[in-house]
Design a protein around this ligand. Sequence first.
Ligand code: SF4
Ligand code: MG
Length: 325
Amino acid sequence: MDDALEVEDLVMHFGPVRAVDGITLRIREGSVVALVGESGSGKSTVGRCVVRLLEPTGGTVRLGGADITHLNRRRLRPHRRNVSIVFQDPAGSLDPRLSVGDIVGEPLRLQQLRKGVQAKVAEALRRVGLRPEVAQRAPHELSGGQRQRVSIARALISEPRLLVADEPTSALDVSVQAAVLNLLADLQRDLGFACLFITHDLSAVEYLADEVAVMYLGQLVEQGPRGRIFGHPAHPYTQALLSAAPVPDPVEQRTRRPVLLGDDLPSAIDPPPGCRFHTRCPVAVDTCRTVVPEPRTIGEGGHQVACHLVNDDGTGPDVRTTQGA
Ligand code: SF4
Ligand code: MG
């Protein structure tokens, strides 16, 4: 069977800004891949290319085997039902002039489906934990959490094979984040769609994702099965990210020291030569400043890393222990 999503050497430049600079990644049918990295690393741009809100500058995007990279609006239409996106900010992504029912049913109308729309809307609302009466309300009458549930209902009403969820909880009150995350996890399990889960919340990643892809300044530095990435992170940047994430165990939390990366993310207009991470990497050597590290497979399950200092068996420096003191 074709993968739900295949992205090959994806490039998205905005004038001089190299937002995405050669990303290769695939998502198997029904599995969840988390795309993590700091804000400004290009994660959202990847998501927007995948749902073709943006036309990539280079590379290919295949949905269920179909190349959609450069399709025009008309030829894209039959593929629209196969992929949906949920944005970070539900307030900004829901048209305030429409009722909730019209918003949720819109994807069906765009596919020229008219029969049974109302019943499907009611069912979609029920799935996300909202009562059918909500269909008559306006988005501004709902809470942030309810609005995000509406976005999710709209995204899933056409039963897509792939859902792109771009920081779906980070604009919500902390008190409702867990509920919305649980909802997404339940829906994914019940409906079986594949998911590109864009986030910087590593505890959510551990909970939801089958695989993890770590992005730095427009490129992937490491990807692989969740257990490998959390258990044996090989890239210094992944190690630093994980060192800063909260851990559930308070004793472990007290003994952990986050690796400080110092400077901000460099500009995507003029990324550092060699390894893009070398300006902040605690273990960089001379080679890192001039030679680009190519991604290499270092373990089972397609664990890949792009770093000169990681050995073929995945061993190498761990910035969580080499730094400090
Ligand atoms: Fe650090 Fe060098 Fe590895 Fe880049 S290639 S992550 S600079 S050690
Ligand atoms: Mg973003």
